[in-house]
Design a binder for this molecule. Structure first.
Ligand code: FAD
Ligand code: MLT
Ligand code: ZN
Length: 493
């Protein structure tokens, strides 16, 4: 875990005093709700909050606050605003762009103690949950009531619904259920000065002025702290089927996608792909069952979700047979029971972990038109030919969303150069490539500390200006998650 050495702690922020700590202890009297180790950011108690999931970014926080109520969050931010203390909101700390850990000595506000369901309406399926509720637990709560969460991702056992909304997480079923900009019907947000914005009517239709909650979906802690979320939950399908396919080339992956939408229609709920490098790493680093014997350049996972198991299974099997008869797929298997369903998903969901185990990982999460998706991986392979320190170049992602995850695993810096040489070859090369296709340099993981300086590849100067204006309006002291999300204002602006 390292820090970008070009960054310096901004002098506009105050440093913590004993009086601040005493004040926070009056706001949070609960046992363990204030974790403080003066001058000792390396303390074991602080480690989980200072280091991210990839162990790539490390902060220097000495204070972690763990509020239990919205009112406590409001009192915390009111004080931080008045004192100009910088704040880093933290959910499950599974973010992949270094947004969830402090950079210097920001106060970490951890939301995991706010994990209650406040309300559920069995008629509409609208659920209101506190921000710190873990995605899988919220989905489990809904499962007991015949509903489901409209998003799913590999980090479900750790990430929190507030963090999902703060990152506008996409995930494995966006294809079917759409983005959080559609399914989030209400938010409760504590603004940087401690005011509580209650946009919680949770109506499906409400055209009474600006839709303020949309601003906070994907705002990565830069505009305030999300304390509760109202979400429209879809009815849980009673029949779920999963198939894994072996594909000879990327064209076949696209052909299969077009056919899946036509032939599986309304029951298609996921269409994921990964290449043979990804497959190799998963089986090298994780002990998982192989769904298919056949080795192939690409694999595809297809999920259907409907209400008639027999009918859906027949449809999926016929789809698979046709693909093989037409030589689009080389091989394929449909999961016959829940254990096989889980085993197929485990391969796909295990890819991030397998990459992390393979070395120092450079992750690029980009959107480009579907036909161009894999070309990015091929061009990156050409670019990195002969560059020392490269372990593997891996491509996978959410085909239907035009979202590629390009990962480059490199040898750690033991020789003093490996990963750095790789990084120099990758940036700005990849960002330029994405921009040349009018793509996005962050499809779903966000900006965090990794990408503010590259944002201009996806947003023009006027758009960045307006974003800066909104940030300054809501957070005039700039206390919320500094150094991240937006580039510093350009001098000429
Ligand atoms: P954190 O990591 O704690 O925080 C993320 C950002 O949100 C930070 O900037 C933080 O300051 C801010 N934040 C957190 N909570 C709040 C809050 N309550 N109010 C305001 N700001 C807040 N992402 C996808 O989009 N799709 C995927 O398929 C996907 N799969 C993943 C698989 C794995 C194995 C892992 C490790 C990550 C994956 N991610 C994926 C990354 C994704 O962004 C996160 O997993 C998730 O959405 C972040 O939630 P979190 O609670 O961990 O937030
Ligand atoms: C995924 O789709 O697996 C996630 O976005 C995580 C990743 O890209 O590594
Ligand atoms: Zn993803």
């Amino acid at each position: 875990a390292a820090r970008d050495t070009s960054l310096q702690r901004a002098t506009q922020y105050a440093s913590l005093t004993d009086a601040d700590i005493a004040h926070f202890r009056t706001i949070l009297p609960g046992a363990g709700d204030v974790i403080y180790h003066k001058d000792d950011p390396q303390h074991d108690d602080l480690e989980p909050y200072n280091v991210d999931w990839m162990r790539k970014y490390r902060g220097q926080a000495t204070l972690v606050l763990r509020p239990r109520t919205t009112d406590q969050v409001a009192q915390i931010l009111k004080h931080c605003h008045a004192r100009k203390l910088a704040v880093c909101p933290q959910g499950g700390n599974t973010g992949l762009v270094g947004g969830s850990v402090p950079v210097f000595d920001e106060v970490v506000v951890f939301l995991g103690n706010m994990h209650q369901v406040r309300k559920f309406d069995p008629i509409s399926g609208i659920v209101v949950a506190e921000a710190g509720m873990i995605l899988q637990q919220l989905d489990g709560y809904l499962a007991d009531r015949g509903y489901m969460m409209p998003l799913d991702l590999g980090a479900k056992g750790t990430c929190q619904i507030g963090g999902n909304v703060a990152t506008n997480a996409g995930g494995l079923r966006l294809l079917r259920y759409g983005s959080l900009h559609g399914s989030v019907l209400g938010l409760e947000v504590v603004l940087p000065d401690g005011r509580i914005l209650n946009d919680m009517r949770a109506l499906r239709k409400d055209n009474t002025g600006l839709d303020l909650k949309q601003l906070f979906i994907g705002s990565e802690g830069a505009l305030g702290i999300i304390t509760a979320v109202a979400i429209l939950a879809p009815v849980r399908p009673t029949a779920v089927h999963v198939a894994t396919l072996a594909m000879p080339n990327y064209q076949a992956v696209q052909d299969a996608f077009v056919r899946a939408r036509r032939e599986l229609g309304e029951i298609l709920s996921a269409f994921e792909f990964w290449d043979s490098e990804a497959d190799k790493l998963v089986h090298q680093h994780l002990a998982l069952r192989r769904p298919l014997e056949t080795e192939s350049p690409f694999q595809v996972l297809i999920e259907t979700a409907g209400s008639n198991a027999e009918h859906d299974m027949a449809k999926l099997e016929a789809f698979l047979e046709n693909l093989m008869a037409d030589e689009i797929a080389i091989d394929g298997a449909v999961a016959q029971d829940q254990a096989q369903v889980d085993a197929m998903w485990a391969v796909r969901e295990g890819i991030p972990e397998a990459c992390a185990k393979d070395g120092a990982v450079f992750k690029y999460d980009v959107s480009v038109p579907v036909p161009k998706l894999y070309e990015l991986v091929e061009k990156t392979r050409e670019r990195l030919e002969g560059v020392k320190g490269v372990n593997d170049i891996i491509g996978y992602g959410h085909v239907g969303d035009g979202n590629l995850h390009l990962n480059v695993s490199a040898q750690k810096d033991a020789d003093g150069g490996g990963a750095r040489a790789v990084s120099a070859a990758l940036e700005p090369f990849i960002y330029e490539l994405v921009a040349s296709h009018n793509g996005s340099i962050s499809a779903e993981h966000g900006v965090g500390i990794m990408k503010p300086k590259h944002l201009h590849y996806s947003k023009d100067a006027e758009m960045l200006n307006v974003m800066q204006d909104i940030k300054a309006l809501l957070d005039p002291n700039g206390i919320m998650n500094p150094y991240k999300y937006l580039p510093p204002r350009s001098k000429s602006a």
